[in-house]
Design a binder for this molecule. Structure first.
Ligand code: ZN
Length: 124
C-alpha cells in the first residue's frame, strides 16, 4: 500500500459539540481522509497541490511586500526632497542632530529657569 499524501489542514480538533474535521483541506482536495493524512504543520505536508498553492501564496505575498516597500520608500523620498535633503539617509541624520540640539537647548533653558526660581524664591 502506497503512502497517501499528507495535506495541510488547520483543523484544531474541533469543539466538544463539533468534532468533525472540515470538508476541505488547504488545497481543496475533497473526500474523507485519515488523521495521518492531515497536518497543520507545513513540515509534514507531502501533497504537491498543497505545496504548489503555498508556494504561489508566498510568492504573491513577497511581491506585495516588495510593492509596499517601494511605495513607502517613494513616499519617504518625496518628503525628504520636499524638505530639501538629498536623500533619506542624510535627512534622518540631519533630523537626529537637530533633535539632539533642541533637547540640549531645552535642558539648558530648564536649568536657567530653575536657577531663576531659586534665586527669586525669597521674592514670592
Ligand atoms: Zn493537499
Amino acid at each position: 500500500m502506497s503512502r497517501r499524501a499528507v495535506h495541510l489542514c488547520s483543523w484544531d480538533g474541533g469543539t466538544e459539540t463539533d468534532q468533525d474535521p472540515p470538508e476541505h483541506v488547504y488545497c481543496g482536495t475533497e473526500g474523507s481522509m485519515e488523521d495521518e493524512q492531515l497536518t497543520n504543520d507545513w513540515r509534514y505536508v507531502t501533497c504537491k497541490r498543497c505545496l504548489r498553492v503555498r508556494a504561489k501564496e508566498l510568492s504573491t505575498r513577497a511581491a506585495e511586500d516588495l510593492d509596499r516597500k517601494v511605495r513607502l520608500f517613494d513616499e519617504a523620498h518625496a518628503i525628504t526632497t520636499t524638505l530639501g535633503h538629498g536623500n533619506i539617509s542624510t535627512a534622518l541624520k540631519c533630523l537626529i542632530r537637530e533633535r539632539d540640539q533642541l533637547r540640549a537647548e531645552r535642558d539648558n533653558l530648564r536649568e536657567d529657569r530653575d536657577g531663576l526660581l531659586e534665586a527669586g524664591a525669597h521674592l514670592l
